[in-house]
Design a protein around this ligand. Structure first.
Ligand code: GDG
Length: 723
């Protein structure tokens, strides 16, 4: 039975060596709770580092066995690996870059090497367990290369990836020397999730500019698969926090705190020690608040909890010293015998105490410089049983996109933070309750279980979508059938598109001149009296005449404006007007003036705006703008507007390759048809082909064709085999 495999850098467990042997303490973190409903069921497992070094093989075996009972599978990492892969590349390269602190980023090849090796090590661990059909969910920035590594091993696997920290703007991301490899690693997934839509936007723009893959509303087509990118704002286990707030242990703690802080409004701040959290800025704002508002002296306490983290690293040690110094300065400047403005703790608290603090706090001051989501503010909301309390929240935290009823601030604006503190302290209870109710509704509805369900639901959806879009690859068996039908047939029709089908795309369309190999293949096919080769192209007739006119082939040029039978003359059977060009040409020319790198191609009955050399993001924007505008005009003057591969084309509405090829089928009796094309205009041909025709789409996008081939090289190979 297919299973689900969760993979994260750390397993949701703490393993310790004690005198009695190994002890295991499971994590109560939000992610572990949410995914608990998955990994503990059936044969599902969670793969990750157990958090302790085990170099002894017997001990490793023991841990592996013990963890298996809890549906976990350990990846053992060495001290050097943790130093270079985890503390190094993950935390000193990716973490600062992704949080917009590029000035702190270390670019070290040894870290990158270790990162690749450890991602490979995780992949090996996955391969020991994974089978085709399994669903694999990879978590976070330590494992960005893993989706592709797994995909290389099991092509058809279902892979989801979620990133818990922000994805930065392209301008910041591009600074990483290994940016392309990182994106390609992530693109191994079928579904890529972030907390916010902004992260999605930034990721898509980096993929477009660095990898060269565009997207349509969050769907990226990489030629083999459609990958979905979307926002999944993570929630918390809200019930756990509301239940905790009612528990006797919590109540006792609340009482203790209340007595110690009688008459005080409590402002709560909880973070791990990190420069992304904006702790010094918060302290400066509080200091300024005290300076400017002496009437609050003795009436407000900032209860500040900083959870120790990475304090062996220089940067973090300096940050810690800076915080210690600021707290010392503020307390010594403002304190009285009975009042200490800041209660500062540098340690972690048991969850019951945390719950008591959330419950008694009047204000939660959550002001990171950057945060993927920030769960602390959601835990504060879920703990507020009487619905009083105010959340001051940085707009740089992912959570700010959902919690519009918080008092939102920019953490660089000290004045605004001071103002918001005053506003929060003076906010009428009635307003507090209205805002808190709105925020609780959100935290309850979009909780951690909802997050897991919706992510899994979308992962299933994208696999179904991929399956529905897949055209069957022309297998060896089908190829044999095609060959034998071809050989048996007496009157064959071969409809062949030119660009992208017989030749690969070039940056300059004028350079797609047929080479010797192509000319001889076409000639060989067309010389057979039983075979009629029809080149069906969007190109103008002069170009086709120059390039292929000496061969005994037929032509349908300009998508069906001009026809030519072998050895015949060019003819235009329909009376078409090109008067509309005078109206449309200036619009396209204006677009060229505004868009460096683009140009207009003029054919007898169509105008084409080409943008293959334009900056891809600008090009996508301009192409959409142009098509929308043209569509508006076109409906009045009987034109059609088509968006093709790096082009927008306007032409008379009565022309298309389907109508052109139908004419051939009507005029030439046939008992075999092969029809090959690569772009949207070829779909018009596929649509009119009889069911038994061999229709082939070049590339892997959705198509009406029965089969597909990867590229022009494979098309040529197939055609040669027919000679
Ligand atoms: C990432 C992203 C994103 C804190 N102090 C104590 C304690 N905590 C708990 C809190 C909360 C958790 O730690 C911190 O959650 P955050 O969301 O703030 O950040 P991270 O988990 O470090 O990191 C972040 C998150 O992933 C989820 O995607 O929101 O943006 O950086 O649950 O309650 N818990 C206990 N004692 C403490 O002293 N027991």
């Amino acid at each position: 039975m297919p299973k689900t495999i969760i993979i994260s850098n750390r397993l949701p467990i703490k393993v310790q060596r004690t005198e009695e042997g190994l002890t295991y303490e499971t994590s109560e973190g939000g992610l572990a709770t949410g995914l608990g409903s998955i990994y503990k069921q059936d044969d599902n497992i969670w793969i990750g580092w157990p958090g302790t070094f085990f170099n002894d093989e017997a001990e490793q075996q023991q841990v592996t066995q013990d963890l298996a009972e809890q549906s976990m599978h350990p990846v053992f990492l060495t001290e050097a690996e943790i130093r270079d892969f985890y503390e190094g590349f993950s935390n000193e390269t990716l973490w600062p870059t992704f949080h917009y602190f590029s000035q702190y980023a270390v670019y070290d090849d040894a870290f990158w090497e270790a990162y690749q090796r450890v991602n490979q090590k995780f992949c090996t661990a996955v391969m020991e367990r994974a089978e085709p059909g399994d669903t694999i969910w990879v978590h976070d920035y330590q494992l960005l290369l893993l989706p592709s590594l797994i995909r290389e091993q099991i092509q058809e696997s279902t892979i989801g990836f979620f990133q818990h920290i922000p994805f930065p703007s392209f301008e910041v991301f591009r600074m990483l020397p290994w940016r392309k490899q990182i994106l390609e690693g992530m693109l191994g997934a079928d579904l890529i999730g972030f907390h916010t839509y902004d992260d999605v936007r930034h990721f898509l723009s980096s993929v477009s500019r660095i990898v060269g893959l565009s997207n349509s509303q969050g769907f990226i087509d990489n030629g083999y698969r459609t990958i979905m990118v979307d926002a999944f704002p993570m929630g918390i286990d809200d019930k756990k926090y509301s239940e905790l707030a009612k528990a006797p242990d919590t109540k006792a703690k609340m009482e203790e705190y209340r007595q110690a802080l009688t008459g005080q409004k409590i402002v709560l701040s909880i973070d791990r020690l990190d420069y992304s959290k904006g702790i010094p800025q918060r302290l400066q704002a509080f200091e300024l608040f005290l300076k400017e508002n002496p009437e609050f002296h003795g009436k407000v306490t900032l209860f500040m909890l900083v959870v120790p983290s990475r304090d062996q690293v220089d940067m973090y040690r300096q940050l810690k010293e800076n915080i210690d110094e600021l707290v010392g300065r503020i307390n010594s400047s403002f304190r009285t015998i009975t009042w200490n403005p800041i209660q500062y703790f540098y340690r972690s608290f048991p969850i019951e105490e945390l719950s008591a603090l959330y419950s008694i706090a009047d204000i939660a001051l959550v002001t990171p410089m950057r945060d993927g989501m920030n769960l602390v503010c959601k835990e504060f909301i879920a703990s507020k049983l009487d619905k009083t309390g105010v959340l001051i929240l940085s707009e740089m935290a992912g959570a700010s996109r959902e919690l519009a009823d918080a008092v939102l601030i920019n953490p660089n604006d000290l004045g605004q933070m001071v103002q918001s503190l005053r506003e929060a302290l003076e906010m009428p209870e009635e307003e507090q309750k209205i805002r808190m109710k709105h925020m609780q509704d959100i935290v309850q509805r979009y909780n951690i279980h909802h997050w897991v369900d919706i992510f899994m639901n979308r992962l299933e959806y994208i696999k179904l979508k991929q399956a529905s879009m897949a055209t069957e690859y022309l297998s060896a068996e089908e190829r044999d059938l095609l060959l034998s039908s071809f050989q048996k047939a007496k009157q064959r029709l071969l409809f062949l598109d030119y660009d992208g089908t017989l030749t690969s795309f070039t940056k300059d369309p004028k350079k797609a001149i047929p080479d010797e190999e192509l000319l001889s293949t076409l000639e060989c096919l067309a010389q057979d009296s039983k075979t009629r080769v029809v080149i069906v192209s969007g190109r103008d007739r002069n170009t086709l005449q120059n390039w292929l006119g000496h061969l005994p082939v037929d032509f349908i040029a300009e998508h069906g404006v001009w026809f030519k039978e072998r050895n015949g003359e060019w003819e235009m059977p329909q009376s078409l007007s090109d008067a509309w060009k005078d109206e449309i040409r200036p619009i396209l020319e204006l677009h060229v003036s505004r868009t460096p790198g683009s140009f207009v191609e003029e054919k007898d009955f169509s105008l084409v705006w080409h943008y293959r050399k334009v900056d891809p993001v600008l090009a996508a924007l301009r192409a959409r703008e142009l098509s929308n505008y043209l569509l508006f005009i076109a409906s009045n003057i009987n034109l059609q507007v088509m968006e093709g591969d790096k082009i927008v084309e306007v032409k008379n509405s009565e022309i298309n390759k389907g109508i052109g090829s139908t004419r051939w089928m009507n005029q030439h009796p046939h008992d075999f048809i092969l029809c090959i094309g690569d772009d949207r205009t070829d779909e018009d041909m596929f649509r009119v082909m009889p069911e038994e025709a061999f229709t082939i789409k070049v590339g892997n996008e959705r198509s009406l064709a029965r089969f597909n081939l990867d590229n022009a090289k494979q098309v040529r190979k197939l055609l040669k085999s027919l000679c």
